[in-house]
Design a binder for this molecule. Structure first.
Ligand code: CAA
Length: 257
């Protein structure tokens, strides 16, 4: 695969996608999103891949949508083509995806990190939705997912002021799940990814689907959905294997069936 704006690698059952547009702090131009989308399709189609890591560089996870590409857009051009719609490939990806964030995760960068399932951040990470400073507002979930992650007051503060928070504050507010030293970020991300990758792929995907359902349903609807998915795991060999392995005091050998 020949990519210009990303790098793709696989290690065991983990795909590592690195945003790689260093001159522009990984600003999310159309071509980059297209390549990211292709890489996710590939990771999705390969049953040997159980988990994806999405990372940037030490300086920037991503500094947002590409402002130079956006500057000449009009309302009419947006109506004709919603360029952000292509970004939803990340939020609709069915396998677990971990954002490994160092440096700037601003605007669209913060938004694609929030589209991932888990965010691990280095101590130099900086998060924010600075779109207000450009005379616009977030467009890829910054006004929606951020509220669910950090609550209304902090989300309002960030969206209305365009302010930036550091990794410690992001941890305190529940935006990220883990804060690690920059030089340990790859290692800590890989440890978590490898732990997840050992599980059964269909069960991982069902578990992810169940958790995501909580964002768009009442508790009662979510519980019904969870129960149905739980019951459906009993159609899988891996469920049988998991329970037998436990009772026989041995590690499970999952086969994705
Ligand atoms: N789009 C296009 N180019 C960008 C960019 C972006 N979002 N962010 C940085 N760049 C470019 C800069 O223009 C600069 O290019 P040149 O060298 O050709 O001048 C290069 O990347 C390096 O950037 P800086 O010189 O600005 O680096 P810095 O270290 O001084 O500052 C920064 C870093 C604070 C992240 C600053 O670059 C910045 O504020 N970037 C913009 C952040 C932003 O506003 N993001 C929101 C974008 S809108 C959006 O994302 C909408 C949405 O919801 C989908």
């Amino acid at each position: 695969m020949n990519y210009k704006n990303i790098k793709y690698a696989e290690q065991n059952k983990v795909a590592i996608i690195q945003l790689h547009r260093p001159k522009f702090l990984n600003a999310l131009c159309d071509e980059l999103i297209e390549e990211l989308s292709n890489a996710l399709d590939y990771a999705n189609s390969n049953n040997d891949i159980h988990v994806v890591i999405l990372k940037g560089s030490e300086k920037a996870f991503a500094a947002g949508a590409d402002i130079s590409e956006m500057k000449n857009l009009t309302l009419l051009s947006h109506i004709k083509e919603d360029f952000i719609a292509k970004w939803e490939k990340i939020s609709t990806f069915k396998k677990p995806i971990i954002a490994s964030v160092a440096g700037y995760a601003l605007g669209g960068g913060c938004e694609i990190a929030m589209m991932c399932d888990i965010i691990i951040a280095a101590d130099n990470a900086k998060f924010g939705q600075p779109e207000i400073n450009l005379g616009t507002i977030p467009a890829a979930g910054g006004t929606q997912r951020l509220v669910k992650a950090v609550g209304k007051s902090k989300a309002m503060e960030l969206v209305l002021s365009g302010g930036i928070i550091d990794a410690k504050e992001a941890l305190d507010f529940g935006l990220i799940s883990k804060l690690v030293p920059l030089n340990d970020l790859d290692n800590q991300t890989a440890l978590l990814a490898n732990k997840i990758a050992k599980k059964s792929l269909p069960i991982l995907m069902l578990a992810k689907e169940a958790v995501l359902k909580s964002f768009e349903s009442s508790l009662k609807e979510g519980m019904v959905f969870e129960r149905k998915l739980f019951q459906s795991t009993f159609a899988l060999e891996d469920r049988k294997e998991g329970m037998e392995a436990f009772l026989n005091k041995r590690p499970p050998n999952f086969n994705n069936n």
